[in-house]
Design a protein around this ligand. Structure first.
Ligand SMILES: [Fe+2]
Length: 279
């Protein structure tokens, strides 16, 4: 797979203009009533449409955050295997995607050897319902990682940076992320944070910024991405979206959910982003 190119300098095209006119925006001022129906698997209840791998149930926590025991010292029981598979697949994928010398500083920040392991309490979120069928929106180069993530998803801690004081309930039902490697995830790093962002269709993650430099690798779903004042640009699976430190950026989904790998480097790796008020 060739190294991915950041095409964020491209001006907004017809698809971006189209997306601006359709689909509800879900932010501070929008309510859940504007959102279309959730998939049958909403709430993580078993559904006839679920494949067997989606029926894996999250198991109780096997420890607490703060356990910095060496990765190799942990067993490979049913709780840890999916996360370990995900780590290996993710790191190999990220190295290929960041192979261009322009991204040396990000690629070289990835761990060379097995990182220390941290036991994290699995935590589901409603947004996980949108993992059902997400592989259908992937590219050939991203489909395998999507599949591995779906298998590991019930064993991961899914979180939200924001709460009811920040955004509407409708947004929070369709937003979540899980850190794989960093200061909170199941694998330890103090120099980078990386994991997966999942957004349901029909929402807008408003302009926000943070100290860390950020690279997104789009895995599934075509959403519109905004950086600085360049306007929204559609970015398909296979795109790399790079955002410098403290640069305003936003994401808007239309009729597809979005799954993206994110990597934060330098700066405060657990910062709550600053959100720009609408208007
Ligand atoms: Fe960001």
């Amino acid at each position: 797979m060739a190294s991915w190119i950041d095409t964020s300098a491209v001006e907004p095209g017809p698809a971006g203009q189209r997306a601006a006119t359709q689909g509800p925006k879900v932010g501070r001022s929008a309510g859940a009533s504007q959102i279309g129906p959730l998939p049958a698997s909403y709430g993580l209840a078993p559904s006839p449409t679920l494949t067997p791998r989606r029926l894996v149930t999250a198991k109780p926590a096997c420890g607490t955050i703060g356990d910095f025991s060496p990765y190799a010292a942990h067993g490979t029981g049913p709780m840890t295997e999916p996360a370990e598979d995900l780590l290996g697949t993710t790191l190999a994928f990220a190295r290929r995607a960041l192979a261009d010398p322009h991204w040396d500083h990000l690629r070289m920040a990835l761990p060379e050897g097995p990182p220390a392991r941290r036991d994290v309490l699995p935590r589901p979120l409603p947004v996980m319902a949108w993992l059902d069928g997400i592989e259908d929106q992937a590219a050939p180069d991203t489909r395998d990682l999507c599949a591995v993530l779906c298998r590991a998803a019930p064993h991961l801690a899914w979180g939200q940076t924001y709460g009811a004081a920040d955004f509407s309930a409708g947004f929070l039902e369709r937003y979540g992320w899980t850190e794989l490697l960093g200061q909170r995830g199941p694998f330890v790093s103090d120099t980078i944070a990386c994991g997966f962002l999942l957004l349901g269709p029909g929402i807008e993650y408003p302009r926000h910024r943070h100290e860390a430099e950020e690279a997104y690798l789009v895995l599934a779903g075509t959403a519109d991405w905004l950086k600085a004042d360049r306007g929204f640009v559609p970015r398909p699976p296979g795109a790399l979206v790079h955002t410098p430190s403290q640069c305003w950026h936003a994401i808007r989904t239309s009729d597809q959910a979005l799954l993206a790998f994110y990597l934060w480097s330098a700066g405060d790796l657990t910062q709550k982003s600053e959100v720009r008020p609408a208007g």
